[in-house]
Design a protein around this ligand. Structure first.
Ligand code: PLZ
Length: 432
């Protein structure tokens, strides 16, 4: 750190932001970035921040990762856009082939590319409805699927995502997930509970798709009890329901497997992906069973920018790293460091209700020790302290009481430990 955070240049930029940018666009930290890489973000005042957020699980292969930068440089000089639906190019097909090979399931697959996670989710629902000729969609409490109209309806939390933005898309039904800390059910029990509601209130024959994040991301890194996802997946197969895994946040080695579904032994019909796949450039995808993906009439899916050539070039760079496999091992090493460092904090502070997550996707749920109720105030104070000490630390959770860690998979042990030292200081500052 060379100045307080925010420094004078960031303060000046914050004033310009307030005057020029919609108040609806927030910012977790009061600084402006000028460079990034290797788990560090440099701000306008020259401060180096430790990045434990990866721009919300995006820069898995690192920020400005050399492989991504080289591919982007090459492509941006060749051509920047044609619209794949007008005059196609090989890069798009190349990315689809790689995703077909990389995603779980040894059946024939197809892929369609889009710009954002929300757009991928919207299109997965369109495909499932078209393939099944059914309309209902089952989503879960604590789920996050995006900010567009359909995905807002599928997202669980009101503030800040939905408040005042209705009416929402119809035919979305929400059921309870498995939330081991709070529901006391094992995986099969939690699945039976959800399935009973689907049977009673929707009717399986009306359900086009069931969509779930293998680990709920914005909801607070809620890891379902073992067997929950497998039971839901079986229920979908038995009832002709398209099982969609939303791997937008969990995908691309984040959890220590290429996709989190693999760790649950499940094979989704469709997978939605974005974030980690293109090293920071906007690219998203739906990959799944060929017969479902091909059930849509030609021209039924698309968009001007979906699968933009520069974004595809970035994805080729990132996917080459991600498919090599070493980042899964690195994510598991990061997990070990987290659990090692967080365990003594959990022993010391009864406010830590649970430490959970997998790979480089780890969270702390904070509670009032007397009642077990969520403590969003402590959560905000811990994050604020970390920010003042130049550590990018994100919060999450339906109740706003979760600190979540999403470091780039290329972060060094030293930087990670330095970031975790600041977390210890934050607890001491707030609670001792
Ligand atoms: N599905 C599982 O995590 C995006 C949202 C940040 P987009 N999560 C970060 C915010 O406050 O807007 C996400 C996700 C899952 C879908 C999405 C949506 O992806 O690329 O933000 O549209």
């Amino acid at each position: 750190m060379v100045t307080n955070i925010p420094g004078p240049k960031s303060i000046e930029l914050l004033a310009r932001k307030t005057a020029a940018v919609s108040a609806g666009i927030g910012a977790a930290l009061p600084i402006f970035v000028v460079a990034g890489g290797g788990g560090v973000l440099v701000d306008a005042d020259g401060n180096s921040l430790i990045d434990l957020g990866s721009g919300i699980a995006v820069t898995n292969v690192g920020n400005a990762a050399p492989t991504v930068v080289a591919k982007v440089r090459e492509q941006v000089g060749a051509f920047t856009h044609t619209c794949f639906m007008v005059t196609p190019y090989e890069l798009y097909v190349d990315v689809c082939e790689r995703l077909n090979a990389l995603t779980p399931g040894d059946f024939e697959k197809r892929t369609a590319l889009f710009n954002s996670g929300a757009e991928a989710v919207e299109n997965a629902v369109k495909i499932a409805r078209h393939a099944t000729r059914r309309t209902a969609v089952v989503a879960f409490e604590h789920a996050y699927h995006g900010r567009t109209n359909l995905t807002m309806a599928m997202t669980s939390k009101n503030m800040p995502y939905k408040d005042g933005f209705g009416p929402f898309a119809p035919e979305i039904y929400r059921v309870a997930p498995s939330y081991p800390l709070r529901d006391g059910r094992d995986g099969p029990e939690a699945a039976a509970h959800a399935i009973r509601r689907i049977d009673r209130e929707i009717g399986p024959d009306n359900v086009a798709a069931l969509i779930i994040e293998p680990i709920a991301g914005e909801g607070g890194f809620i890891v379902p009890a073992p067997g929950f996802l497998a039971a839901l997946s079986q229920f979908c197969t038995d009832n002709g329901i398209v099982f969609i895994a939303d791997e937008v946040q969990t995908g691309f080695c984040r959890t220590g497997a290429t996709f989190a579904c693999e760790q649950e032994g499940i094979v989704p019909d469709l997978v939605t992906m974005a974030k980690g796949m293109a090293g920071g450039l906007p690219l998203a995808a739906v990959t799944g069973r060929a017969e479902m993906m091909d059930s849509v009439h030609p021209g039924g899916l698309g968009g001007t920018y979906g699968g933009n050539p520069v974004a595809c070039a970035a994805a080729i760079g990132a996917l080459t790293e991600l498919a090599a496999g070493h980042l899964n091992g690195r994510a598991r090493e990061i997990e070990a460091i987290f659990f090692d460092r967080l365990a003594p904090l959990a022993d010391k502070y009864p406010q830590i209700g649970e430490i959970r997550g997998r790979g480089a996707m780890i969270a702390i749920e904070l509670v009032d020790p007397a009642t077990g109720h969520p403590d969003p105030e402590l959560t905000a104070n811990l994050a604020k302290y970390a920010h003042s000490q130049a550590v990018v630390m994100l919060t999450a959770g339906t109740y706003g009481n979760v600190i979540r860690f999403l470091p780039p998979l290329v972060i060094s042990d030293e930087l990670l430990n330095e970031g975790l030292d600041v977390l210890s200081d934050a607890f001491a500052e707030c609670l001792d």
